[in-house]
Design a protein around this ligand. Structure first.
Ligand code: PEP
Length: 249
């Protein structure tokens, strides 16, 4: 099967105000030259509506950063997948390590959110990744395998599921795993996807995330079974985000 089409997504986390529209416009303008890669920005939910008008007619898609499992109801402060779709999102990140850590989200929670995303017609970007201690103890592959087995909804397809491997210790730290470690992990994730979803699993995109920047993007994105990147800090600056995505030409 042909390699999946590359995908670079930016996770803005809890950053961005309406004045950030200028940066988003720069991303949209630069994206027109990048025809070999799918591009997405996941801004805070407060900016989805505004950014939807900016990306209209462009190849850039919008994603959200989390969703509730229910479609509506008495859940003060939460946002459903249906609401995100209605606001202009076509995907939602679920199980980011910051949600797993600060909001105590379990694999079962992540799986339920992935199912909610599918119900609403959103692609779920499911994040997994080991801590530094788990890697040092030689448990990285096993930890990620367990996370995937618990987090990925049954019946997923290459259109409604993307996996993001994000070592917790690499997020926002400037540190990255060695290319050999990334290759080993992505190969292991591919194997699991293939065993669970057969040929469909070969077409599912597996992103690497954790301190991706223009200076290391070429090396990281050139590794086998790395089908793109989930970019945090560097996605806040149009120039950096576009330089990372520009590896695919
Ligand atoms: C992230 O939080 O998804 C991420 C990859 O962050 P950073 O690129 O800043 O390490």
């Amino acid at each position: 099967m042909a390699r999946p089409r590359p995908f670079v997504a930016g996770n803005w986390k809890m950053n961005g105000l309406r004045s950030s529209a200028a940066e988003m416009i720069r991303i949209v303008q630069g994206a027109r030259a990048l025809t070999a890669v799918d591009l997405m920005i996941c801004p805070p939910a407060t900016l989805l509506g505004l950014f939807a008008s900016i990306v209209e007619g462009s190849p850039v898609r919008l994603g959200a950063q989390d969703c509730h499992t229910q479609s509506n109801g008495a859940f003060t402060g939460d946002i459903s997948a249906e609401m995100l779709k209605d606001a202009g999102a076509s995907a939602v990140i679920v199980g980011h390590s910051e949600r797993r850590t600060y909001h105590k989200e379990t694999d079962a929670d992540v799986r339920a959110k992935g199912l909610a995303a599918r119900r609403a017609g959103l692609c779920a970007i499911v994040c997994v990744g080991e801590t530094r201690t788990e890697r040092e103890n030689g448990r990285a592959l096993a930890v990620v395998r367990t996370q995937l087995e618990g987090s990925i909804p049954d019946g997923a397809t290459a259109d409604n599921l993307v996996v993001a491997y994000e070592p917790v210790w690499a997020i926002g730290s400037g540190l990255t795993p060695t290319p050999a470690d990334v290759a080993e992990m992505h190969g292991s994730i591919r194997q699991l996807l293939r065993s669970q979803f057969a040929e469909e699993g070969a077409g599912m995109r597996i992103l690497y995330g954790g301190s991706v920047k223009p200076s290391n993007a070429k090396e990281l994105l050139g590794i086998a079974d790395v089908d793109g990147a989930l970019v945090g800090g560097a996605s806040l600056k149009a120039d950096e985000f576009l330089a990372i995505a520009g590896v695919y030409r």
